[in-house]
Design a protein around this ligand. Structure first.
Ligand code: AGP
Length: 613
């Protein structure tokens, strides 16, 4: 989704903004631009273009701009096609004020009509231009930059992170947010703002998080923050523990590959952090989820989007199976509009890598309004969901840059394993002996993932064999079906291949009509109790000409009779297989995307963090 970066200081702002925009590319975008105050000319210069940040860079090379204060933006089109005109920053007609914006201004038509009535002309199709024009309108009346911003805020509805510069105030950027992430970075003799930490990580790790309706006035040597009533407030500064290396490719061809290979470490970091050293249970720190609290809960509701939702489905399956508690689940975009049956006896678990996904955030707020307790499983520390939830389990995956989620999924699945173990123990559904048996198996997971990663060359070879596939089906039962759903999503996202996941037993009820000569079917068959059933479904598709690639547990050599190709995952406890079975799927999607020449880390139409509905 859109990205914002801003700089005020002693350096030339342009390289700082470009570097920041490059670090935000992973969020997904289709145009980019900067606005820089040029002190020689005494005016703001805007340079923007459709396409990549490199296009912007070459445009700036041809017509350079320089200045020590500026704002930059990567746009992910919502209102109006990706084009030079619709790219941000947007100017007021007077060119006094330039604005970059993440989010959506819902009442932009009303504002635009009002301003048109005042003689203002609009040059873009965007909702954002109405903010620039409205700020310009108020500025022409009051001559105060800050007052104009406050007056704009009183008029606009929707979600926004905004950064504004004014040609008459060449020493400051004003920034404000509502329902969109925004952070301020503090340096020495220079200050920054950004929608996401990687944009400014190269320059500072001292930051504070802007809350809704706060307005910050950022100058070279000071940052002042005001509340809605224009009273100055103090912000708590915290030091980010991410390093710039964590947000770089470190020799890998793509972030996605790097993140796939980081999974053994991510899993072991989580296990080290969460298992009590005396082997008696799970460490949840300050989260109160003991026997007493669990007695007050009659259902769990898991809510998330996309990959995070599939991690949630692993949790649903395991919590029901092992903790014997009723678990409901929904994608957040459905949950938030269905008047869900939840109350103070419901524990709502929201899962989000970014902690900023608009639907998940609103679902969480709804759950809180209905009196439910919300436990968030989040990766990004200090994100909005993490801050607003009643309790947080951080997934410790480090920055995930590739749009396609890999290591964050694994970390979320591990969090679900750990929560299940904890709740099962507390509810008396799991003996200490069984717990220790699963714990021992879990401790082997990092090395099992490493073993699977060594099969990458085989998986690359499968890609070469199956690259011409137009339709791919993923079939499995039980937990394997959940794995299929994630595998199919990954293939769609980055290989742009049509693929469908099916519960294997459902094939005969319709989808099998789609199977024809050479259709690729990926069968996931790690669940021993369902193995024979899944195999009969595999035989059915084979009999109709499908080519079959099977992911199964080591030792199940029977698959070799039915599969064209197969991948074994190391033997593990049956409840732990989703984590392992998913790794070959990640590699398969990755190699398919590379083989098809796609932009793996920044797939078309997608954004890393979906901060609008
Ligand atoms: C995963 O590959 C996707 N990019 C997407 O489905 C993602 O998981 C979803 O948008 C949820 O994001 P979140 O975890 O940041 O809330």
């Amino acid at each position: 989704m859109c990205g914002i970066v801003g700089y005020v200081g002693g350096r030339n702002a342009v390289p700082v903004l470009l570097q920041g925009l490059k670090m935000l590319e992973y969020r997904g975008y289709d145009s980019a631009g900067v606005a820089v105050f040029n002190s020689k000319a005494g005016e703001i210069k805007v340079c923007k273009t459709k396409g990549r940040v490199e296009n912007l860079e070459s445009k700036l090379y041809d017509s350079p701009v320089a200045g020590k204060i500026g704002i930059g933006h990567t746009r992910w089109a919502t209102h109006g096609v990706p084009s030079d005109e619709n790219a941000h920053p947007h100017f007021s007609s007077s060119e006094k004020i330039a604005v970059v914006h993440n989010g959506i201004i819902e009442n932009y038509v009303v504002i635009r009509d009002f301003l048109r009535g005042q003689g203002y002309e609009f040059v873009s199709e965007t909702d954002t231009e109405c903010v620039a024009q409205l700020a310009g309108y108020y500025y022409s009346k009051s001559g105060s930059f800050l007052d104009s911003v406050y007056r704009v805020l009183a008029k606009v509805d929707g979600s926004y992170a905004l950064a504004l510069v004014c040609a008459d105030c060449p020493d400051k950027i004003i920034t404000v947010k509502k329902n969109c992430p925004l952070i301020v970075g503090l340096g020495k003799g220079e200050n920054f703002l950004a929608s996401d930490m990687p944009a400014i990580l190269k320059y500072t790790r001292n930051t504070f998080i802007m809350e809704d309706n706060e307005v910050a006035v950022i100058e070279k040597d000071s940052v002042k923050v005001y509340n809605k009533k224009k009273e100055e407030i103090q912000k708590e500064v915290y030091v980010v523990d991410w390093t710039i290396e964590a947000a770089e490719k470190s020799g890998y061809e793509h972030f996605m590959l790097k993140e796939i290979y980081e999974q053994p470490k991510v899993v072991s970091d989580n296990l080290n952090r969460r298992f009590k050293s005396d082997g008696t249970g799970i460490r949840l720190d300050s989260i109160k989820l003991g026997k007493e609290e669990l007695e007050g809960i009659n259902q769990i509701y898991i809510v998330a989007c996309g990959t995070a939702y599939y991690a949630g489905l692993v949790g649903k399956f395991l919590l029901e199976k092992m903790a014997r508690i009723h678990v409901n689940s929904d994608v957040a975009s459905e949950f938030r509009y269905k008047d869900p049956l939840i109350d103070e006896k419901t524990l709502v678990i929201v899962i989000s890598q970014s902690g900023e996904t608009a639907d998940t955030l609103e679902a969480m707020r709804l759950a809180k309004r209905k009196g439910s307790r919300v436990l968030a499983v989040v990766n990004v520390v200090g994100s909005t969901i993490a801050r607003e939830a009643n309790d947080v389990i951080y997934t410790l995956a480090g920055p995930e840059i590739a749009v396609a989620s890999t290591k964050a999924f694994s970390a979320q699945v591990v969090a679900m394993f750990l929560l299940t173990l904890h709740i099962s123990l507390e509810r008396g559904r799991l003996s200490l002996e069984e717990f220790r048996e699963i714990k021992a198996e879990m401790e082997l997971l990092p090395s099992h993932i490493n073993t699977i990663l060594t099969s990458a060359p085989n998986i690359k070879h499968f890609m070469e064999k199956y690259i011409g596939s137009k339709n791919v089906f993923y079939i499995g039962r039980g937990l394997d079906y959940v794995v299929c759903r994630e595998g199919s999503l990954k293939l769609k996202e980055i290989a742009y291949l049509h693929s469908e996941p099916y519960a294997a037993g459902e094939l005969k009820h319709g989808p099998i009509a789609l199977i024809e000569e050479s259709t690729l079917v990926i069968g996931v068959a790690t669940q021993q109790n369902l193995f024979a059933k899944t195999m009969s479904n595999i035989k059915e598709v084979k009999a109709r000409g499908a080519r079959v690639l099977i992911i199964a547990m080591e030792g199940n050599r029977e698959i070799e009779n039915y599969a064209d190709d197969y991948i074994y995952i190391p033997k593990t406890h049956p409840v732990l297989t989703p984590l392992l079975a998913n790794i070959p799927q990640q590699l398969f999607a990755y190699y398919m995307a590379v083989g098809l020449g796609n932009d793996v880390d920044k797939p078309r139409n997608l954004a890393k963090s979906v901060t609008v509905e």
